[in-house]
Design a protein around this ligand. Structure first.
Ligand code: GRF
Length: 189
């Protein structure tokens, strides 16, 4: 597709959603171009995909998050980034940063929001004997996991599920959901 939207993907860990977004960006009619991978963790496994797919990457330790965010905003501006996709990014961005990228930051969360915001979602879902869980792509606002929902996918919780078996099944759905959410926003706004 012509006029693809430049995106930056922020990660902290494994990067399986990053990989699915990169693959999506390589499709002929994809509406996105991955311009930068940002990590707060130099040991994030997902950074291997930057080398594998020859993409630019940058790590910030966020020790002084104010200074880091100023640098980050400059980098995003220089690279003409129009949309940020958080994909397992474990830092909370400041109100000021979110304001500067208002309506242009997405996140993926492994639950059916507004239920189970925050960490350890699968443990809590199993403990509460929920019949369903799932995943959600949403816009980021200043409240944790609370911005407008773009898309969700329901996943059945099995009787013998452990947090890791449930997480594996939900993660598979996440890999489809994030590209579909981007299509929804960028192709049929
Ligand atoms: C995913 O479950 C995502 O929903 C959550 O963090 C996890 C990241 O996994 N925000 P990965 O690094 O993309 O494999």
């Amino acid at each position: 597709m012509k006029n693809r939207v430049n995106i930056a993907i922020f990660i902290s860990g494994k990067g399986s959603n990053l990989k699915s977004l990169i693959k999506f960006s390589l499709l002929k009619n994809s509406p996105i171009k991955v311009k930068f991978i940002i990590s707060n963790n130099s040991k994030a496994k997902g950074l291997i995909y930057a080398n594998k797919y020859k993409l630019k990457k940058k790590t910030y330790n966020f020790k002084n998050s104010k200074i880091t965010e100023v640098k980050l905003l400059k980098l995003l501006d220089r690279n003409n980034i129009k949309l940020i996709c958080l994909a397992g990014f474990m830092k909370i961005l400041s109100k000021n940063f979110i304001k500067k990228f208002k309506g242009k930051i997405l996140n993926i969360h492994p639950s059916l929001l507004p239920k189970y915001k925050g960490l350890n979602t699968h443990e809590r879902v199993i403990k509460n004997k929920e019949k369903f869980s799932g995943c959600t792509v949403h816009f980021v606002n200043h409240k944790l996991d609370s911005g407008k929902i773009v898309l969700q996918k329901k996943v059945k919780v099995k009787k013998n599920d452990s947090p890791s078996s449930l997480s594996r099944r939900i993660l598979k759905e996440e890999h489809r959901l994030y590209p579909n959410a981007l299509k929804k926003i960028l192709l049929n706004p």
